[in-house]
Design a protein around this ligand. Structure first.
Ligand code: BDR
Ligand code: CA
Length: 315
């Protein structure tokens, strides 16, 4: 029996680690059909993230990929960015040519809505890798699409690792906590890749050199991106390398057995200044609140890097 690739939409704010996720997805056409890529403001403003998404598609040799620009600011708050991690462009490191592939006409939110209405119900998976503004806006504008989503697999939040942008909050959730609340309360099957997992997939020297040793342009650029952004995390956390957060989402779609977690309740803090954007995860089951997310806690890091390096090396 022929298995059809799973249909996904990547919602992203590239970011070097987002770039690894997009490259991994585009290198896996047997398993994943990327219907489109929606850019959102996050790591850097929208004019950079939509440009970066196109740079990455061209690097992957997939300029026919549909890239849409989405929301340029969170639902209710001013945008917080992370140039201190990703550099001014969001993709600092190697010099990249400006993209020539076009940005699609129309807004990413309308693309999300139209696609979910057009495709058979339960056949499209959403893969958010940045703040959840585009997804929440689509759900608020067109509530009929919520029940049509197959699954959401997202990078965001933290429990044992607590926070990276504040002591209590992870960046993607912190930037737009109201949007995160909409998504976590939507009732869509949800898989969460928090810092608890992503801080275990570190770009140590051997892993970065394995990218470079691919001997391809993609391998060289991947190694140079890792060289650029790992400096920040190594200095901040004293880690061996930097976490590759966002490709955990795509790796899960390709090899779910690499990850282990618990199906638990996760709520988003939207009120407190001190803990804004915290993912309050009932890991120990101490409340009666209904489980709404598969919250990951463990990963086979060597298996993850073997998969990533193999796919990045594909012609
Ligand atoms: C998340 O924030 C961004 O800086 C990364 O791209 C990732 O999506 C990690 O907290
Ligand atoms: Ca991201």
């Amino acid at each position: 029996m022929t298995r059809h690739p799973r249909k996904i939409i990547i919602d992203t704010d590239p970011g070097q680690d987002d770039a690894f996720a997009i490259l991994l997805a585009l290198a896996s056409p047997e398993e994943l059909d990327v219907l489109g890529i929606c850019a959102v403001a996050g790591n850097v403003p929208l004019n950079w993230t939509e440009r970066n998404a196109r740079v990455i598609c061209e690097l992957a040799g997939k300029p026919q990929t549909k890239v849409f620009a989405g929301c340029d600011a969170p639902l209710k708050r001013p945008l917080v960015t992370a140039e201190h991690v990703h550099g001014k462009t969001g993709l600092d490191g190697p010099v990249m040519a400006e993209p020539t592939m076009p940005l699609q006409p129309g807004h990413a939110v309308d693309f999300l809505i139209d696609t979910l209405r057009r495709e058979p119900s339960g056949t499209v998976t959403l893969c958010p890798l940045g703040p959840l503004t585009n997804i929440a806006t689509a759900f608020l504008k067109a509530p009929d699409i919520v029940g049509r989503v197959q699954e959401i697999v997202l990078m965001g939040g933290a429990y044992f690792e607590v926070g990276n942008i504040t002591p209590a909050a992870e960046f993607n959730i912190y930037v737009d906590p109201e949007a995160a609340e909409v998504v976590f309360k939507a009732g869509v099957p949800l898989v969460v890749m928090p810092l608890d997992v992503t801080h275990k997939v570190l770009t140590n020297r051997a892993r970065v050199e394995a990218f470079r040793a691919l001997g391809t342009n993609v391998g060289r650029v991947a190694a140079e991106w890792a060289d650029f952004f790992e400096r920040f995390d190594m200095a901040k956390y004293g880690m061996d390398g930097a976490p590759l957060h966002d490709p955990c989402v795509i790796a899960y779609l390709l090899q779910p057995g690499l990850f282990k977690g618990r199906h638990i309740n996760v709520e988003i803090e939207t009120q407190s200044d001190l803990t804004l954007g915290m993912t309050v995860a009932d890991w120990w089951g101490v409340t009666n609140r209904k489980a709404n997310a598969m919250f990951m806690g463990a990963v086979d890091a060597d298996g993850f890097f073997a998969l990533l390096t193999d796919r990045l090396g594909r012609p």
